[in-house]
Design a protein around this ligand. Structure first.
Ligand SMILES: Cc1cc2nc3c(=O)[nH]c(=O)nc-3n(C[C@H](O)[C@H](O)[C@H](O)COP(=O)(O)O)c2cc1C
Length: 393
């Protein structure tokens, strides 16, 4: 039998999921510099045993082996699904085949969503709703609907007896490293990146979920990606701030430049902002990890977009980056668009169309022909000073 580490996170609750050390991209979009983990948890009550979530395709046998070390998969009573996305739910069928008596437990929305992706034996579905519980003997599973964190069907499972919250993607972080939060110094930064990529568009739903769980006195948070929090405050406090959309006096600059003209403009605004006491983060979209951009969006008060004109519109990478910024629905209050063109222009117009309907106030734009002149750069400085002034108020 293969040797696996199977942490007992609290009495008779085992982490039986998998680490995917080498995965480098998620959702065909999100870079994973440190891999990720697909966490699943086995809960052994005095009478019944439940598995909370499963694993990504390819890790089914590891899951089976781990469960059989601490229990007996064949005798599993319940398979709880917090979220239908395949990285957590793909092994549903595998588990239900290996555990012939197990009931599949999720919400009505969960059943609907799971049926779109996984084969479910109709007779073995047990639907639960907000506030319902399942008694395992000495341990009760309590279900909390947490829609949109991260799909419409998401729920949390809570064991009041042990004060453990299984929060699925909420509070997650993409990293294969560590078992507990104390193992990773930069964990909050990784969690912030994950929050920006996955949860920020649903910040209001996140705030509602935090409200629901605030009086639970949670002692352990066991998410579906990344380490388990033995110090829940370490993630609850930042989540409180992030879901409220509280920003810092910080400007995020995202830009593309083929021949340096736009770069000179964004460098000028960066220096002006720094002089005015604004914290600045700058990313060249041709060479940046979009996860870092997502992380900085979580609490940036302003976003500066820089793009040259290419074929009558924005540079394709700037178009992609700007689209993503908008789709992630960051709390930033102010925007600036800068860029250079060679003859007819067009990038600024397209950026305006794209950002127009967003809640960000575009408080300054400048498009220059060729290299920015001294006068142009003075205008950029003026925009920077005005932006800094607005950001302080
Ligand atoms: C592939 C390519 C396509 C371009 N298309 C346009 C265009 O449609 N309209 C325009 O005004 N300038 C166009 N330009 C000129 C650039 O916008 C111009 O060189 C600008 O100063 C580049 O700024 P940068 O140094 O920040 O990349 C194009 C340049 C390149 C390389």
């Amino acid at each position: 039998m293969e040797t696996y580490n199977i942490p007992e996170i609290t009495r008779n609750v085992f982490a039986v999921g998998s680490k995917d050390w080498n995965r480098r991209i998620f959702d065909s979009l999100i870079p994973l510099p440190e891999g990720t983990s697909y966490n699943a948890y086995l809960v052994k009550g005095e009478k019944k045993t439940a598995l909370i979530d499963t694993v990504n395709p390819g890790f089914e046998e590891e899951l089976e082996t781990k469960i059989n070390v601490v229990s007996d998969l064949e005798k599993l009573d319940y398979l709880i699904m917090n979220h239908a996305e395949p990285d957590h739910a793909n092994a549903i069928r595998f588990v239900l085949e290996k555990a012939p008596e197990a009931l599949f437990v999720t919400t009505e929305k969960g059943v609907k969503m799971a049926k779109l992706y996984h084969e479910l034996p109709e007779a073995r579905i047990k639907v639960v709703a907000e506030g319902d519980s399942l008694d395992l003997g000495g341990k009760t599973l309590h279900f909390i609907e947490a829609p949109w964190l991260h799909w419409p069907e998401t729920m949390f499972t809570y064991i009041p007896d042990d004060k453990v919250l299984f929060s699925c993607d909420f509070f997650g972080a993409h990293t294969a490293q560590g078992v507990y939060d104390e193992d990773i110094e930069e964990l909050v930064s990784l969690a912030k990146r994950y929050y920006g990529e996955i949860m920020m568009p649903f910040a209001k739903m996140g705030a509602r979920a935090l409200e629901k769980i605030k009086d639970f006195g949670i002692e352990i948070i066991a998410p579906s990606h990344g380490p388990i929090y033995k110090n829940p405050k370490r993630i609850l406090d930042p989540y409180e701030k992030w879901t409220q959309g509280k920003t810092e006096n910080k400007a995020l600059i995202v830009y593309v430049s083929m021949w340096g003209s736009t770069r000179e403009m964004v460098r000028t605004i960066a220096e002006t902002l720094l002089k005015e006491g604004v914290d600045v983060r700058m990313y060249d979209l041709a060479a940046s990890d979009i996860g870092d951009v997502a992380r900085e969006l979580v609490d940036s008060r302003a976003v500066v977009f820089g793009t040259p004109t290419v074929l009558g519109g924005m540079h394709p990478l700037a178009l992609y980056g700007t689209y993503l910024v908008k789709a992630l629905n960051p709390p930033a209050k102010y925007g600036v668009v800068l860029g250079s063109f060679g003859w007819g222009g067009g990038a600024l117009k397209q950026a305006g169309e794209l950002l127009g309907p967003s809640k960000m106030e575009i408080m300054g734009t400048l498009q220059v022909q060729g290299r920015a002149s001294k006068e142009d750069l003075k205008k950029v400085e003026e925009i920077g000073r005005e932006l800094a002034r607005k950001m302080k108020t």
